[in-house]
Design a protein around this ligand. Structure first.
Ligand SMILES: Cc1cc2nc3c(=O)[nH]c(=O)nc-3n(C[C@H](O)[C@H](O)[C@H](O)COP(=O)(O)OP(=O)(O)OC[C@H]3O[C@@H](n4cnc5c(N)ncnc54)[C@H](O)[C@@H]3O)c2cc1C
Length: 451
């Protein structure tokens, strides 16, 4: 454990814009009183039990890569940094699962698995910083999700230390009929219902073939229609990243080093080579039927090699810019409506101040998809925090009004907490009652998730 000022200062901000701005201004949004770095379930349980007895807040901390302010100790107390719980406990090559302690780093896990010809098919752009516990606690998604699913589709079982200090293992399989399953309760719980200390996740073999295509559609509408029909006809591309015109120009083209036209879309199929060929051909037929133009597929490989560059300098914004990602998810019936509502609420009103809204659609399902609408304002000036909050309020209100769900994979944290009543309605009270039952003294990550 540590109470040293230098150590405590490392836990005042995740990657939430407001946290970074507050830290830069010398007035962080929160600071722990103590940081502990346990090595075992028992040590975590001891810390949580003592904290609960003394009514001291406990905030789990994984890689601190979250974008929502979820791991900031706004009420002080104890930060439980899990990164020393970093054992890969078991790789079961029959069941294709990995059991790992919560603090295992995403990239390290991937390297170990790749050596055995395996992969965790959850590839968030933050893999080099995030932990597997954080993947689950923030309910994330990776670039291959259209084929393999979100993290909740990959969780087999969890070990959790409850807010009163019990160590609970969820059932060893995720499909059964022995009553309600408690594992899903902790997926996306953002440290507010307990500390995840161990996860068992589904793996996949490294694909025998991975084949990229890059196509361009005349409009977002044409592209969405083609992808919807592909998904609903049973095709399972691993990647479909459909960039609107602005994102094609400002986001995709600079990273792949080629000025692409229209609504450029990176598509990938992977797995058995014969199936890949058949699926690729079927999807390209649908693309052409929607007036899509097939471009140089080699650029898809360039995209894959540089897929993390989007989030690093010179492509990522830095203070004094104001930025944020409104990643929303909607059924196809509401999807384009939501896309246009965000244009009306965010892109147009703030254009005069220099804001650019770059949107891409990825994480596709047979029923709908995610819109990743990233806004960047070069300099918010002296009222940048007010401006930031107003842009978020306008964007989220528009998305809710269009019938979307206000977050797909980044979580809630502090950022979206004010919108949880509007999002969940009476359901939020159900969540509150669950929270109160598990955490009667309200010690676990207070102030987050709108609870
Ligand atoms: C450049 C960049 C790119 C990103 N790209 C993606 C992406 O592609 N997909 C995606 O899903 N996300 C992405 N993110 C967001 C973030 O990386 C993910 O949410 C990630 O899963 C967080 O993991 P972490 O270990 O850093 O968690 P933290 O940020 O440390 O914590 C996040 C939340 O989970 C809680 N928590 C952490 N560990 C535990 C635990 N063991 N038990 C209980 N609660 C815990 C914390 O209290 C907090 O509430 C990105 C972030 C950045 C900065």
């Amino acid at each position: 454990m540590s109470t040293g000022a230098e150590v405590l200062d490392r836990y005042v901000a995740d990657t939430y814009w407001k946290a970074l701005a507050a830290r830069a201004a010398g007035a962080p949004l929160g600071r722990p009183d103590v940081v502990v770095t346990p090595r075992s379930d028992e040590e975590v349980a001891d810390v949580v039990r003592i904290a609960n007895q003394h009514r001291v807040p406990v905030v789990p901390w994984g890689g601190g890569s979250g974008t929502q302010g979820a791991s900031i100790p706004t009420h002080g107390g104890i930060v439980v940094d899990l990164t020393r719980m970093d054992r890969i406990v078991d790789i079961d090559e029959d069941s294709l699962t990995v059991t790992a302690e919560a603090g295992v780093n995403g990239r390290r896990l991937e390297t170990e698995l790749n050596r055995k010809g395996l992969m965790l098919p959850h590839y968030p752009a933050s893999a080099e910083f995030a932990t597997v516990g954080g993947y689950v606690a923030a309910r994330g998604s990776g670039v291959l999700s259209t084929r393999y699913g979100k993290i909740e589709d990959l969780v087999i079982s969890l070990r959790v230390v409850t807010p009163t200090g019990e160590v609970v293992d969820t059932l060893p399989v995720p499909r059964h009929a022995v009553g309600p399953d408690i594992a899903p309760l902790f997926i996306g719980s953002e440290g507010s219902l307990g500390v995840i200390t161990r996860v068992r996740l589904q793996l996949a073999p490294l694909p025998a073939a991975r084949r990229f295509e890059v196509v361009s559609f005349p409009s977002v509408e044409a592209g969405v229609d083609a992808v919807r029909k592909s998904m609903q006809s049973g095709l399972r591309p691993s990647v479909v990243r459909l960039y609107d015109e602005v994102a094609t120009r400002l986001t995709l083209s600079p990273v792949v080093g080629s000025q692409l036209p229209g609504v450029a879309t990176v598509i990938c199929f992977e797995g058995n080579p014969a199936v890949v060929e058949a699926e690729r051909k079927s999807m390209l037929d649908l693309v052409r039927a929607h007036n899509g133009q097939v471009l140089d597929g080699g650029l898809g490989e360039v995209w894959w090699e540089h897929r993390y560059d989007f989030y690093k300098p010179p492509h990522s914004p830095e203070l004094p810019a104001v930025w944020g990602t409104i990643d929303v998810v909607a059924t196809y019936a509401r999807l384009l409506h939501t896309y246009h509502a965000l244009q009306e609420a965010v892109a147009k009103p703030y254009a005069a101040r220099g804001l650019k809204l770059r949107s891409h659609l990825s994480h596709w399902y047979p029923w709908g998809a995610m819109i990743y609408a990233r806004f960047v304002l070069p300099d918010g000036g002296p009222d940048s925090v007010t401006l930031h909050d107003r842009i978020w309020k306008d964007g989220v209100t528009a998305a809710l009004g269009a019938g979307a769900v206000i977050n797909d994979h980044h979580g809630v944290g502090l950022k979206l907490a004010p919108y949880m009543p509007a999002q969940h309605g009476a359901g939020l009270d159900v969540l509150r009652r669950i929270k109160n039952a598990l955490d009667p003294n309200g010690v676990m990550n207070p102030g987050k998730l709108g609870l």
